[in-house]
Design a protein around this ligand. Sequence first.
Ligand code: ADP
Length: 651
Amino acid sequence: MAKETHAFQAETKQLLDLMIHSIYTNHEIFLRELISNASDAIDKVHYESLTNHDILEGDEDYEIFLVPDKDSHTLTISDNGIGMNKDELIENIGTIAKSGTKAFLEQLKKAKEENAAVDDKEMIGQFGVGFYSAFMVAEKVTIVTRKAGEQQAWRWESTADGSYTLEECEKEKRGTTITIQLGKEFYGDDAEENFTDTYKIEGLVKKYSDYVRYPIKMNFTWEETPKDKDGKPIEGAEKVQKSEVRTLNSMQPLWAKNKSEVKDEEYNEFFKQQFHEWEDPMEVFHTKAEGTVEYTALLAIPAKAPFNLYHTDYEPGLQLYSRHVFIMDKCKDLLPNYLGFMKGLVDSPDLSLNISRELLQQSRELKTIGRALEKNILKTLGKKLKNQREWYEKFWNEYGKSLKIGIYNSIYEGSDTVDKLKDLILFMSSKDEKLVTLKEYVERMPESQKKIYYATAKDKETIEHLPQLETLKDKGYEVLYLLDPVDEFCVETIREYEGKSFQSISRGDLDLDDAESQEVKKETEEIQKDNGDLLKDIKDVLGDKVAEVKVSARLKSSAVCLVADANGPSLSMEQTFQGMDNPMFKAKRILEINPHHQLFQRLQQLHEGGKDSQEFKDYCGLLYSQALLMEGMLPDNPVELAQKLAQLMAK
Ligand code: ADP
């Protein structure tokens, strides 16, 4: 039969044009796509052979063979899979039948209608488009294929100029051989990407197709000086050509094995190799599911949090595979952000290779898998917290912050995040200086205690010296130590736990409602009334620095403290915002003075001498500076403070 020329289906042509004219940078994925097709073709013939063994024609050694050829500038990919007959060649290769590819074109068209300036190159980069990706690197593609069980072989050829040719040919073995005549940027030692280089090809196979189920083989040749019988190179002897066929892929994905067959060391080694971990992971999750969506997941909590986990340059995400073929590296949308420290992969036959990464990430299948994984991880963490406290506290030290940020960000992560995480968070507490859960805290609250009290500071020592702490400690109330800036945002988001709201000891009213406290409160109010003028004048001296000056009900031995208004941000929140260059959030500062402290009487005395006296003003300034220092903040003018103090001491 003579050579026939066929025109590509219009859409196919459109896609080819896009391929060729895009300067899409990730050219190398074409190899992954072609190997994946070859592997599928072998799957098909194997499947057929189960009911019709003759179809194998005695050739049962499935393989994919790669031949990079430096001289002819070609790369050939052969398989002994199912092959194609003439109709199938026209149908499968000349037409776009696959929904993924179609969806791509539709989306492209839509994007173009909406926005004339849409960048094809960008869009195509997000899609894996199967066989056609060969044209990213090819000047000409030749397919020689013979369908298993049929005699006639076919040669298909195209330079992607809108048409392809078809002619009969001979092929001894069943299956498909695809020869790519490489474009000139893609061969030769000077090329940036040299696809005729065996080592480059080997690297790509390892990177993208290591776990393909069939051997991917390649012939390696090298020159060697002949050796004598002791294995020593013979001096002066002429080098000889050597060659050897090697299998490039490991084929057996660890995750495809049964859990019971895999040793701990194998898992550990796997995460070190595949995810560049230095230490053995803290915990490995290996799950297989066969529900609505079938998948295997192999995940780990690494031993150490990456140094940049909380920086914007950290890229979370799991690897995605479909039938052991690598699809993408950092799929962010599987797990919620607060589990961004998890490493690992998901392999699911229900994920399509030929769909954009964006569509893929939004796919129903992926969401289902993600939810199941999240549930499993949280369940394990819950169990560990209950039964392996030491393990959990180690985990907490590495990743606790992620969970707390997760709670704070629950508006983005899903409103049920708070419920999912609130029992997994730990705080340092005034009791025994141990980490406690909210549950433990609430369970051991004295009956008179109505709120969950917390204190914020940079470190434990600062909190322990906070004057406000005393009253609560004396009552036997436990106080949570919030030492990380995110902590207060986190508890503010939780709002309440088992009906108990959170109360900062440095904010608003402490709201103690036992009899003794009520009495103190009443008494304080009276003192407040009686000293109205004094308090007003202190406020006048301090000006904008404070919003209010009050008599304190929360102080025992200290003279003053600084608290924030209950409704605005707290002082430590203010500091956090300032640290983030966001001085918008100012706490409303309230200076509280202990009426039972000697200093209070001294103030009263000085006040009697007139509110404009320098001494009264100095005392007010010093009081405020003290209060700041106790909160771990620097006074506006430390030098002035030091001078005033020195003056006072010299008196
Ligand atoms: P997909 O692989 O998603 O189906 P492709 O464009 O890569 O999309 O391939 C289109 C079709 O061509 C495949 O579905 C398959 O039927 C056929 N095909 C491609 N490569 C081979 C091959 N090596 N052997 C047999 N059939 C193939």
